[in-house]
Design a protein around this ligand. Structure first.
Ligand code: LLP
Length: 463
């Protein structure tokens, strides 16, 4: 799909292209466990339940649209990542995927660290009691005020993203009479997305300092020369929704090569290497993500092998999964409003949310699955496009999917794997009220981020 927009908005032809879809599943009532949170199942009446609660009850109590997050699944995924990497490595949950105070508490209890990338995320983390030393602060343009707060709070590390920032953080740390632990983010020349990785398109982007032309080596030189900084490692993040380890392999090799150069030039072995996040999840039944223990083993084997070859001590590895932890743990529940069959094309199913609660389809052409969840149905599958209620033809939630042909207004449908980057990228477009996030666990449901109200909108609009 073309991402270029007509000056007056997206051209309909761009949005309404032929889609990509495979044949309908043999039985549309079956919930593929790959894409649904772990406690999701159907009860004897055929309604979807999560944490033991049926969606009809959830819809009645919390309304739609709403995100329902399976807390025990979230916690289990945290433990799986922490166990897979073990005590000699660190897992930082990437808060940008979805952050709230409840999430921070879960992370703290399950032994994970937290990566934040803004003052707002930092405030949320500290307010919910995440120990500052377990927080890493990221971003390509942290403000002076944000750096001040991070240094004052005593965050465990700041990831330096530019030459200016090296000096800025050093000055601020010195002013506070501390040596701030920092890593330098480098761009390794690999940008990986899902199955492919592109070895040239990398440097032309805003993040990090290029390994090329000795720039990263120069950044290390400067960081080591400044009293306010304690340079502990090198950071790299190569992309999103990655299934293939080949990109990490190249990235790790290049980072280790830099560590070897640093040792040769300065006589020190930097003790940490962070390989970033980006590990993929299943959005549809066609996706095949790896388990955390496979990923941990692959990454640790790569780093160990490269370090042995370079005669370096193996540094402490850290990773920053966001999507892989929270993504699969939540689904968005919608109520069907209108149904429009377009002869010879597809049927448009309009729900009570849309691009304001899931911008990923419009923004990245992301693929999602959808299921009828308030009941089962034996009707024939029909090809549908699930769309929202916004004034935009690109307001698509699920581009191509199959739902039973007897779908009717008032039915509840759910889109799985919306835990990452849906609520966190939600907007008030058309003055939509951003949906709540409801945590469900062991038969209990509680709001962890409440639904916005019209008063919230009016409060911001000071007249
Ligand atoms: N670490 C760094 C430095 C990052 O920039 C990111 C994501 C992560 C970790 C976490 O990546 P994850 O494991 O969640 O894929 N909004 C987009 C993705 C942008 C991600 C930006 N950085 C989406 O909806 O797919």
């Amino acid at each position: 799909m073309s991402r270029s927009a007509h000056p007056a908005g997206p051209r309909h032809a761009d949005v309404l292209t032929e889609g990509h879809y495979s044949a309908p599943a043999a039985d549309l009532n079956v919930l593929d466990e790959k894409v649904w949170a772990r406690t999701v199942t159907r009860d004897e009446d055929g309604a979807l339940t999560v944490g033991g609660i049926a969606v009809a009850r959830l819809a009645e109590e919390f309304g739609t649209p709403a995100y329902f997050l399976d807390e025990s699944d979230f916690r289990a995924r945290c433990r799986a990542w922490a166990d897979a990497f073990g005590p000699d490595a660190d897992v930082f949950y990437a808060g940008k995927a979805f952050l709230s105070r409840a999430v921070v508490r879960w992370l703290k209890e399950e032994g994970l660290n937290l990566d934040v990338c803004s003052g707002g995320e930092l405030t949320t983390a500290l307010d919910a009691g995440m120990p500052a030393e377990r927080i890493a602060f990221h971003g390509n343009n942290k403000t002076v005020a944000e750096i001040e707060r991070a240094v004052e709070a005593g965050v465990g590390r700041i990831v330096l993203d530019s030459f200016q920032e090296i000096v800025r953080v050093a000055h601020i740390a010195q002013r506070h009479g501390v040596r701030q632990r920092v890593q330098i983010r480098v761009t390794v020349g690999v940008e990986a997305h899902t199955h492919e990785f592109i070895a040239t398109a990398h440097e032309d982007q805003k993040f990090g300092i290029a390994l090329a032309d000795g720039q990263a080596a120069e950044a290390v030189r400067r960081a080591l020369s400044l009293d306010g900084l304690d340079l502990v490692g090198i950071h790299s993040h190569i992309g999103s929704q990655i299934f293939d380890m080949a990109g990490f392999e190249v990235s790790a090799r290049r980072v280790v090569q830099l560590l070897a150069e640093v040792r040769d030039e300065h006589g020190i072995e930097l003790p940490e290497i962070d390989l970033g996040g980006g590990l993929g999840i299943a959005y549809t039944s066609e996706d095949d993500p790896r388990e955390p223990h496979e990923i941990a083993k692959a990454l640790s084997d790569i780093v160990t092998r490269e370090c042995e070859a370079a005669k370096l001590r193996t540094p402490r590895i850290s990773v920053e999964p966001g999507r892989a932890i929270v993504g699969p743990t939540a689904f968005t529940l919608y109520e069907v409003g209108t149904i429009k069959p377009l002869e010879g094309l597809r049927t448009y199913v309009s729900v009570d949310g849309g691009m304001s609660d899931n911008i990923r389809t419009a923004l990245y052409d992301a693929e999602y699955s959808v299921a009828l969840v308030s009941r089962t149905s034996d009707a024939e599958p029909m090809l549908v496009r699930v769309v929202g209620k916004h004034c935009e033809s690109g307001d698509i939630v699920v581009k191509d999917a199959f739902l039973p042909a007897d779908l009717a207004p008032g039915d509840l449908i759910a889109v799985p794997a919306t835990g990452a980057y849906c609520r966190s990228m939600a907007s008030n477009y058309n003055h939509a009220l951003r949906p709540p996030v409801v945590a469900v666990r062991d038969g209990e449901a509680r709001v962890i981020v409440r639904r916005e109200t019209e008063e919230d909108l009016l409060r911001l609009d000071v007249g």
